[in-house]
Design a binder for this molecule. Sequence first.
Ligand code: PAF
Length: 298
Amino acid sequence: MQVVKTIAEIRKLRHRLSDPVGLVPTMGYLHQGHLALVKIARAENPTVVVSIFVNPTQFGPNEDLRTYPRDLNRDLKLLQGEKADIIFVPSDEEMYPPGFSSWVDMEKVTRCLEGASRPGHFRGVATICTKLFNIVQPTRAYFGQKDAQQAVVIKRMVADLNMMVEIVVVPTVRESDGLALSSRNIYLNSEERQAATVLFKALTLAKQLWQEGEKDADKIRQAMTSLIQKEPLAQIDYVSVADATTLEELNVIDQPALASLAVRIGKTRLIDNVVLEKDAPFGCSIAGEVFRKLHPES
Ligand code: PAF
């Protein structure tokens, strides 16, 4: 495994890498959710590049950029265990040198949900992903379903701008009580950790109502909202049932839909989602669906 800090080094290396190259973009502080992406990338590509970069431009002025958890040595050990080939760990100056002034600013799918709550967030995400795609020139790039809107945005951007990269979306990895893995879960104290299960409970309810034949999106939004409101530590940012591709809120669920939510538990803002579509995965454990994806014959 080789740790690379500069764009020049990656460029020098790139022509020697065996294609296809799988890229897993991360902000570090890796958990099993990231490792699921690396495992699938490892199974699908002879070369796996993982980037670790806490991208300052996707954080708002009042967000947790300064305190975002970081532990590079631990990350590198975990990635060694997954047999990643190249770890790209650029500095802020390497990615945003003085004079930087070009941005990928998208409309529609970036304006709602996370985009409405976090203005500028997707401009930062789309810009850094474009830069990473241009630097690494991967054949495939791997993103988690947990950040469903991010996956929709990146797919839209790649299609709109004719980028030569396949976007692979990997099911959410969950704790045994359903909480989606997130680097931000570390902020939760034990009472909040317990309260945080309300996100999965609300999404489970949404899925159950939909499976029972409920097509009225507002009834599902209301049911999720009432359930979350019963949890005293939870404060809803949004509850959505939207078209899975355009992210426009639905009245009637007659196409693949995304039920998603953002909820503050104490000071920690958590997001999660479920796809309302036949056979769509609701998450996985390393031993479960990731394994099945790697070994479909089993
Ligand atoms: O999902 C993340 O960790 C980040 O948004 C990403 C894709 C690495 C871009 O900074």
